[in-house]
Design a protein around this ligand. Sequence first.
Ligand SMILES: [Zn+2]
Ligand SMILES: [Zn+2]
Length: 149
Amino acid sequence: MGVSDEDLHQEVKARLGRIDQLYTRGRQALVEALVGAGTPLTLPALLEQAPDLTQSSAYRNLSMMEQAGVVRRLVHGNDHAHYELAEGLTGHHHHLICRGCGAIRDVTLDRQLERSLDVAFARIALDAGFRQATHDIDVYGICGNCAAD
Ligand SMILES: [Zn+2]
Ligand SMILES: [Zn+2]
């Protein structure tokens, strides 16, 4: 489901174009930082990867790209929001979240298990009169760093 880097940038440009926005250099730097990290990042962590951007412009660009369906903002509890590329660009996955420090890691289930989940949820949704069900499952635990404290 993932796309090549070149296709990815074309798709980002197209999604921004649909809301009359340009794929500026600052936005490219953010997308590249997210691609490079391969895991959801907080705004401070993103700025470390894209040091030419100011916090306010990065924040503005991220919310614009969120509107365009390029970026997804993850908020869990009181922790800093994390940002990642939208699933349509990277592929379906789940998140493993540390209850201690809020660290987030992407996890992928095998295809057969995803299929079983989709079938089960589609049935539940349909029984309740819902169509086009998708799922979004987070797993919480204590990460290795926090467990060592
Ligand atoms: Zn932790
Ligand atoms: Zn899934």
